[in-house]
Design a protein around this ligand. Structure first.
Ligand code: SF4
Ligand code: SF4
Length: 176
């Protein structure tokens, strides 16, 4: 079975840390669409350290119920990046990629929700072309996809309880 894979390639050298991507993502995902901007609700966060000339956009990925046992520190071109800096997971060890009110994990949906966008909004709003949208076809096994979905759901229920997850799903259906 063929699956369409959508990717956003990040050209770190072109990012200047303007945070337009965070703003438009949070506005698109606000309860009242475009009603507020709050980077805390964005599915992309930009690591910004202007004094060290560091600007790295990171997209929210899958939720992780547990912290990693070991941590990595990256040194690239002489610049040292903090532990967990490039990680995409919402996890217990840090505050990023968590919905500020409910604490539920946030994940990039490629702007396909309510209404779906032809091209991710962060890509459209990045005037420096640091975010490049790519679409390709890949061969996948259907069973693998279902297994992954079940593991993700079980982790969420373990962490937040069934009722909280059901409430979040109900809220999403109302929005739809
Ligand atoms: S693709 Fe959409 S949901 Fe994902 S980070 Fe960009 S603006 Fe946010
Ligand atoms: S909009 Fe582009 S240049 Fe600005 S912070 Fe985001 S990725 Fe970097």
């Amino acid at each position: 079975m063929k699956k369409t894979v959508k990717t956003i390639r990040i050209d770190v050298d072109k990012c200047n840390g303007c945070r337009a991507c965070e703003m438009i993502c949070s506005a698109f995902h606000a309860a009242e669409k475009y009603g507020t901007t709050n980077p805390g609700r964005a599915r992309i966060r930009v690591i910004r350290e202007p004094l060290r000339d560091i600007y790295v956009p990171v997209f929210a990925g899958d939720y992780s119920p547990a912290e990693c046992a070991g941590r990595d520190i990256y040194i690239i071109d002489g610049k040292e990046y903090e532990e967990c800096a490039f990680c995409r997971a919402s996890c217990p060890s840090r505050d990023v990629f968590k919905e500020p009110d409910s604490g539920l994990p946030l994940k990039c949906d490629m702007c396909e929700d309510d209404p779906p966008q032809e091209e991710p909004l962060c890509v459209q709003w990045c005037l420096n072309d640091a975010l490049i949208y790519e679409v390709r076809e890949e061969e996948v096994e259907e069973d693998v996809k279902l297994d992954e979905m079940e593991i993700g759901l079980e982790s969420m229920v373990d962490k937040y309880g069934l009722q909280k997850v059901l409430d979040a799903v109900a809220r999403m259906s109302e929005k739809g």
